[in-house]
Design a protein around this ligand. Structure first.
Ligand code: TXA
Ligand code: MG
Length: 325
């Protein structure tokens, strides 16, 4: 089990040091407990997904404690966001806007947008103040289970996979933050949560729930999820590669030298075949191949275990999209 530590100065520092060294901690926010890692370090973020046992990738929220940090993380900040931040941060409102280059694709599950919030829980803020990067954190539950609102909930679900849980008592709000998409001119709530729609409407006017638009709110199933424009095919054998096509290979491990006779571009997910490293590189590798105007991307399957399940889920979805169209 993980140690449940009181939010004293030395424990806050310990939490910050674990984050700085690339590790994962559980910490309280006013909504639910979060499973936090350095949001600018792709391997650290991959660890979160591994711990949660999710069979797919879902974009995670970056948590900050200095409003100014949005300038480094969002490419465009409009008046709506400025007004909402002024009024509701710190608090249970997550805003989605276009990301800058420093935000790794594993944080956004390949999307060009990133969700950010500033939590109001004093313990969360203390931890965030001790580090100079945003903390990526989904709720600290296992896939398909309830979000934890006490340190004991966290310990029961994932206590065997993390070192420490910082104790902030029971989360005062107890439901997740409201997730608001401001990437179009419409104001769309992707997930209802701690901040009511009416409160947001008082500041920026009409807000819609995703269900009423073309969005599907169930996580992992959002049509806005990234998939490549280039056709993709999963192959078990290099013999399946069509040499007449301008092809790229998304390799799991270091491929044999002769592969260069078959494809013009190669991205290797992890030379030594490590699934955590592969997951951390997955979306950026796919983006790189997708930007080369290839006829096709061939992808090697990865082992169907741990993070490999989420990687294969993404590959299969990308392949299916190609077969249909
Ligand atoms: O209250 C909360 O928001 C908690 C605490 C820990 O801050 N966090 C939380 O994170 O609930 P998570 O990962 O369990 O839920 C984040 C939700 C997911 O449904 C995800 O799909 C959505 O936000 N989301 C995040 N980034 C997104 C993006 N760029 N585009 C669309 N949806 C996004
Ligand atoms: Mg969650």
């Amino acid at each position: 089990m993980a140690q449940i530590l009181k939010p004293e100065k030395k424990n806050i520092e310990l939490a910050a040091n674990i984050l700085k060294s690339g590790g994962v901690i559980a910490f309280p926010t006013e909504t639910v407990y979060g499973l936090g890692a350095n949001g600018l370090n792709p391997i650290s973020v991959a660890k979160i997904f591994e711990i949660k046992n999710r069979p797919f990738f879902d974009p995670v929220i970056l948590h900050i404690c200095r409003k100014d940090d949005i300038k480094k993380l969002w490419k465009k900040i409009d008046e709506r966001a400025e007004k909402l931040i002024e009024k509701f941060w710190p608090g249970p409102l997550t805003i989605i806007l276009p990301k800058t280059e420093i935000v790794p694709y594993i944080v956004t599950a390949g999307l060009e947008t990133v969700a950010i919030r500033m939590p109001s829980h004093p313990v969360a803020l203390e931890i965030l103040k001790e580090v100079d990067f945003p903390v990526a954190a989904p709720s600290a539950n296992l896939f398909g289970r309830l979000s934890p609102t006490t340190p004991e909930h966290v310990n029961k679900q994932i206590g065997n996979k993390i070192e420490i849980i910082i104790d902030g008592g029971k989360c005062p709000i107890g439901i997740e933050s409201t997730v608001l998409d401001l990437t179009t001119e419409k104001n769309i709530i992707l997930r209802p949560g701690g901040l009511p729609k009416e409160e947001i409407e008082k500041v920026i006017g009409k807000v819609e729930f995703a269900e009423k638009t073309n969005h599907i709110s169930s996580p992992g199933q959002l049509p806005s999820h990234y998939s490549p424009k280039t056709p993709l095919k999963i192959i078990k054998d290099y013999k399946e590669i069509d040499k007449n096509l301008k092809a790229g290979l998304l390799a799991f491990k270091l491929p044999p030298e002769k592969i260069k006779d078959y494809v013009i571009a190669i991205e290797i997910l992890s030379e030594k075949g490590d699934l955590k490293e592969a997951a951390s590189n997955f979306f950026s590798a796919l983006h790189k191949l997708d930007n080369l105007n290839l006829d096709i991307i061939y992808a090697e399957p990865v082992p169907q275990e741990g993070l490999g399940i989420a990687i294969m889920d993404r590959l299969k979805k990308a392949e299916k999209k190609f077969i249909k169209s």
